[in-house]
Design a protein around this ligand. Structure first.
Ligand code: ADP
Ligand code: MG
Length: 342
């Protein structure tokens, strides 16, 4: 039998429970998702990884371990690395990762007509960039070393590769981009919806910021001091990678030499560009292309873009102008003069 008093109590209990539940839901909705971050040094640069949500602590730690594992495989100076072994006349069975990045860099070396060349290492060493003992090699020395450079001379046989005597491999222009893709994959596999992976300027912005907005990535002003930005690009699920000879360089007799080498001449790339930023879905593509397009200079870089597409770019010219592709024009802000490439 329905009793009014009891019915009233019953209703009050339900209303009370609903109130408690909604208060709980409200607090859990407004509570910021758990943030985890790690800052560390690897691949010769400073890195940081931040991720949001349940599981984020585990993911950040796994991502860092993945970067460290790849570094162990690819460090050109670590005597135990696969690259070191290859570069010192050995012929080891290569890991899946090394074969994967090797085939990608060789493919991109061909696609960029050698502006990117995975075998540039002997020349880089002659300039002292690998040991931080900078010097300017003479033309004869460079001409001789360039004979040891040529992605077309690398021959693969199953999971082994052979280099001609004196040839050496270098993943310095691609490893961080590849590693950022691996970090993003770890995040996605574990259900992370929001993360910012910054491997020494090779950025991967996963999902959106925890507040639902796009990630905002500052593009460094190559001539600016105190890490000023030349502009800001807003992205989601994109890698953003910048290359420029202002990043690692030395000056001798008034001339500045940078660490990105033009494989055609053996000299540091020196053209009308100060920096190139590439924005695309894959970090490894961005990393290789930012280096290659920097070597190409503006005109060739624009032609490459028109012929290939599949990415966006921001070119900062020595003239001070900024050139960007149409795909990011709505999401790029700058105080400078910006020209849209189409
Ligand atoms: P960073 O490694 O500073 O982020 P990049 O991605 O542009 O910058 O890579 C530059 C590195 O790539 C150099 O330090 C060197 O190891 C290697 N490198 C230099 N020139 C070339 C080139 N033309 N092709 C391939 N790799 C290059
Ligand atoms: Mg690169």
């Amino acid at each position: 039998m329905y009793n009014i008093k009891e019915g009233g109590d019953y209703l009050r209990k339900i209303v009370g429970a609903v109130l408690i539940l909604s208060a709980f839901l409200l607090t859990s909705c407004s509570k910021a998702p758990e943030k985890s971050e790690e800052h560390f040094f690897a691949m010769d640069t400073y890195m940081s990884i931040e991720a949001y949500g349940d599981n984020s602590e585990k993911c950040v730690s796994q991502a860092r371990k993945r970067v460290e594992t790849l570094e162990k495989l690819w460090s050109a100076t670590d005597e135990n690395s696969e690259i070191y072994a290859i570069n010192h006349g050995k012929n080891p069975e290569l890991s899946v990762e090394t074969l994967d990045l090797l085939s990608f860099t060789l493919e991109m070396s061909a696609k960029t007509d050698g502006a990117f060349d995975a075998t540039i290492y002997p020349v880089l060493t002659a300039w002292g960039f690998t040991a931080d003992e900078h010097r300017v090699p003479d033309e004869n020395e460079l001409a001789e070393l360039l004979e040891k450079v040529g992605y077309g001379k690398v021959s693969a046989d199953g999971n082994k590769i052979t280099l001609e005597k004196g040839m050496m491999l270098d993943f310095g222009g691609a490893a961080k981009g590849y590693a950022s893709d691996e970090c993003a994959a770890i995040m996605r596999e574990n259900g992370i919806k929001s993360a910012l992976i910054n491997l020494g300027g090779n950025v991967y912005a996963l999902g959106k910021r925890p507040d639902g907005n796009l990630w905002k990535i500052g593009i460094a002003d190559p001539l600016g001091e105190n890490s000023e930005n030349a502009g800001i690009v807003a992205v989601s699920d994109r890698a953003v990678v910048t290359s420029g000879n202002y990043q690692r360089s030395f000056t001798q007799n008034g001339k500045t030499y940078g660490h990105i080498i033009d494989p055609k001449t053996g000299y540091p790339a020196d053209n009308d560009l100060l920096s190139v930023t590439v924005i695309a879905e894959e970090g490894k593509l961005c990393d290789v292309l930012s280096t290659a397009l920097f070597v190409m200079g503006r005109e060739r870089a624009e032609r490459f873009f028109r012929e290939n597409g599949g990415f966006d770019m921001i070119l900062i010219a020595k003239s001070g102008e900024i050139y960007i592709t149409e795909g990011i024009s709505e999401n790029f802000t700058s105080d400078r003069k910006v020209c849209v490439i189409n």
